[in-house]
Design a protein around this ligand. Structure first.
Ligand code: BES
Ligand code: ZN
Ligand code: ZN
Length: 486
């Protein structure tokens, strides 16, 4: 969707659909106040009224959207309103919509532009690649949106351009996650990385099984050995290490499908497990954003990719495997496979001597129980990095909530026969998983983000999400990396 900003009066510009997002307790423009019973619209959050002004103002249709009170307003209120605007345009089969704001918003104009653009673009997201029988109505796509403002057009435009870039990154991540696992085995994920690298000028390396064996990637190999679809190890590099620029490593779990392996999942828990590469998708999407915004950083994306399947060649409970680091792992449950591939990914990250290692994974069902779909679980070894990510979470609307990573939790994964075991029992399941990962990052500042509850929404609660992949992580990491680039 094409998004532009113009300096004008929303109600004097002809439009098939003008959307006015209104703060609560703010009077409507006089021309509109006469078109509606006052009590019918107060501007409370998520309220909607569609007006047909019949020539009283220039637009054919006016949609009033409530933003709620000024005190409660966040950038996410705007993101949600903008997504609702696009959805309404979609339903009304309107080619172009215009969007304006009513009330004094205590947010910087660039932030307003960014949030509006993200909402407008993401509200239009659909995944129709596998639908062969769509009607013209179902295929209809809103072509563009104009943000109409009486002031600050330049700052709004700057923000909108960033927001559109981020939304494209989110869209890319969603497409990767929504793609069914038969069409996106580890090799295809590797090919996607190479294609993205060519498109954006990244340095991409994809190691195949023979190279993994030669290199000693025992974790990725073990998890992938039960599948005919061989594992890959993907490295994508943007920028180069220079004096004065930080190197940031982003590590994403790339399980293109997680059946649980021999510790097989029940049928109901296995569906949606194509989304077990959502961490990887977030890394792909973020690298696209970073490259398109040309941030002055050195960012390395690392994705261990495998398919976890049960078979006569699969790794088993009771196996002891030697990871890339040389540390050994006693496997007690093959469904706790993410931490095993990530052990290799995190160890590999150390070769870049990074200022930060940020790892994203759909790692534990326990985080779904703890936080549901409304926060990413965060655990880490650097409070400074964790605080920085918390701030990026507030700014991006992809909020994180930290859990402790005390030494006591590390005790819970000690093994009798190997350096550690891959499960710590049901208590604190998300934290013992993080404690496992922390064995592979050396002394580098490290934060683990558990996105198992936020990556895939069967019944989304936000208008910018659709059923399926959310693309979580791209907005958060984009905010974080932009903070390093400032
Ligand atoms: N990929 C799953 C975690 C998951 C669960 C992601 C629900 C998305 C939604 C992970 O590999 C897994 O199966 N974890 C196990 C670990 C357990 C065996 C210690 C879990 O959480 O049950
Ligand atoms: Zn699993
Ligand atoms: Zn998994």
């Amino acid at each position: 969707m094409e998004i532009v900003v113009t300096s004008a009066d929303l109600l004097r510009e002809p439009s098939d659909l003008a959307v006015l997002a209104c703060l609560e307790h703010t009077p409507l423009p006089a021309e509109l106040a006469t078109l509606i019973e006052g009590a019918d619209f107060s501007g409370k959050a998520r309220q909607q009224r569609l007006l047909y002004p019949r020539g009283m103002v220039a637009p054919k249709r006016v949609l009033l959207l409530g933003l709620g009170t000024a005190e409660k307003l966040t950038a996410d209120s705007l993101r949600q309103a903008a997504a609702t605007a696009t959805r309404q345009a979609q339903e009304l089969q309107v080619d172009r919509l215009s969007v304006g704001l009513n009330g004094d918003l205590a947010l910087a104009p660039t932030l307003i532009g960014q949030a509006l653009a993200e909402g407008l673009a993401l509200g239009a997201y659909r995944f129709q690649r596998y639908r062969s029988e769509l009607s013209a109505e179902q295929k209809f796509a809103v072509a563009g949106a104009t943000i109409v403002a009486t002031a600050n057009a330049e700052a709004l435009q700057a923000g909108a351009t960033i927001g559109q870039t981020i939304a494209r990154g989110v869209t890319y991540a969603r497409d990767l996650v929504n793609t069914p696992p038969n069409d996106l085995p580890p090799a295809a994920l590797g090919e996607a990385a190479i294609a993205m690298g060519q498109r954006l000028g990244l340095t991409v390396t994809v190691l195949d099984k023979a190279q993994l064996i030669a290199g000693g990637f025992g974790g990725v190999l073990a998890v992938g050995q039960g599948s005919a679809n061989e594992p890959r190890f993907i490295v994508m590099e943007y920028g180069t290490a220079r004096e004065g620029t930080a190197t940031i490593c982003l590590v994403g779990k790339g399980l293109t499908f997680d059946s649980g392996g021999l510790s097989i999942k029940p049928a109901d828990a296995m569906t949606t497990m194509k989304s077990d590469m959502s961490g990887a998708a977030a890394v792909f999407g973020t690298l696209q954003v970073v490259a398109e915004l040309q941030l002055p950083l050195h960012v390395v994306g690392i994705v261990p990719a495998a398919e976890n399947m049960p078979s006569s060649t699969a790794f088993r409970p009771d196996d002891v495997i030697t990871t890339l680091s040389g540390k050994t792992v006693e496997v007690l449950n093959t469904d706790a496979e993410g931490r095993i591939v990530l052990a290799d990914g995190l160890h590999y990250a150390q070769r870049y001597r990074p200022a930060a290692i940020i790892e994203l994974s759909t790692l534990t069902g326990a985080i779904v129980i703890a936080l549901g779909a409304h926060a990413i679980g965060m655990m880490g070894t650097s409070q400074e990095l964790a605080d920085r990510i918390s701030r990026a979470g507030e700014a991006s609307g992809e909020r994180v909530w930290q859990l402790p990573l005390w030494d006591e939790y590390r005790e819970m994964i000690k093994s009798e026969i190997a350096d550690m075991k891959n499960i710590g029992g049901r208590p604190a399941g998300s934290i013992t998983a993080a404690a496992f990962l922390a064995n592979f990052v050396g002394d580098y500042p490290f934060v683990h983000l558990d996105i198992a509850g936020t990556a895939f929404a069967e019944k989304p609660t936000k208008p910018y999400d659709t059923p399926g992949a959310t693309g979580v992580g791209v907005r958060l990491l984009s905010a974080l990396l932009r903070s390093y680039a400032e």
